[in-house]
Design a protein around this ligand. Sequence first.
Ligand code: ADP
Ligand code: MG
Length: 443
Amino acid sequence: MSGVTDTVWADILAQMRIHYPDLVRGWFSQLVPVRLDQGVLDVLAVNASQQRYLSDHCLRAFVEAAQAATGRLVTVRFSLRDRQVGDPSPPPVVPPLAFEHEGDQVPLNPSYVFEQFITGPCNRLAHAACVAVSESPGKAYNPLFIHGSAGLGKTHLLQATCHRILEQSASTRVLYLSCEAFTNHFIQAVEHGAMHTFRYRYRHVDVLVIDDIQFLAARERSQEEFFHTFNTLYQLQKQIILSADTPPSDIPSLEERLVSRFNWGLVARLDPPCLDTRIAIVHKKSRALGLELSDEVAHWVAGRITTNARELEGAVLSLHAMARQGNGRIDLALAQEALGGDPAGGRTPVTIASILDAVTSHYGVRLADLQSRKRSKSIALPRQVCMFLARTLTDHSLEEIGGYFGGRDHSTVLHATRTIARLQESNPEFRAVLDAITAVLAR
Ligand code: ADP
Ligand code: MG
């Protein structure tokens, strides 16, 4: 495939606005996607500072957005407008990893490797299973199913497994993708009558890794297709690795035959990290940033943030930012200043209930209407705003958010978030409304 259509590019930008609103800048509209070829999306920036900002801060986000929008494994390269595309410099910013099929490349995060993963009682089994699978794909545990709530390291472990497999044999065909990318790709294949290509792609791999498989729920046709993909790979003794936020049997609306297959191999749970593991994570994450924290500070941070590794990482980033502003050293008093006294950093976390409160009072609508099937604009818009805010401000899955609005499925929530993201971009008045509601939630 060469060339990237306007719709695909618009979709990529919309994904960025939804998932990474903080990264998006007004000048993104000046970026020019020149081509998508051999798994590389070339994007031209107007000047060097734009290019630097994109490469330093937005690469991962764009790779993810491009993958979701195209349903393909793509890496992204930012160049300057006056440079010829195809010029060997600058090199691709994400090092290409071996995935030879269709010239695609696996957008693995280079820091999601086993060496960077701290083990403890909370994740020992899952970690050991991933290591075992990476040493003998298709033989140790098949399928391998890792589950746990957000931020506990599912994606990290899955990608570390891919890295290790590729290190040992670069010619192994490893296909790593999010469930959303799988279903998007499936829908596109159906629309374009390209099922043959789709099936070829998914059934001719040695290792298929799908992250957040819970998004398959309520998607009957994708489930059906995945069922056949699974059977084919399984019979060929190809490795299948899946992750989800719950065990297979708790994924709502997942067909029984898939639930039973997901249980055929090993199901391993990730639990929230205990204090010692959290301390080790704080040290690991800070050292990766070149920040040396005393045991006292690491202990304090780990005692304060008990939920998951992602939150710990966020805290370490705040300390790192503070260290860069100051003399590079962080003592306990500075850490307390940076992270605030109470675990929520002084702010009450946004919940779906608080979003519903803020939106219903802003628009003067009733909660029951939002949860009803009514489609009139006066109800549909506030409902979509709620879904957008829930998606951007909370950790709830699309499925869970749909559940709050009369059991709508995850594609409805996805559609709502995209609609609102576009609307806020194109309509300044609407943007002001959204800002006002968000400000109420931030109090
Ligand atoms: P999930 O996919 O379960 O939501 P991620 O794999 O994205 O979680 O992990 C969130 C962040 O926390 C990542 O940056 C990851 O590197 C880090 N992380 C999670 N668990 C660990 C761990 N045990 N050791 C080191 N880092 C971890
Ligand atoms: Mg994840």
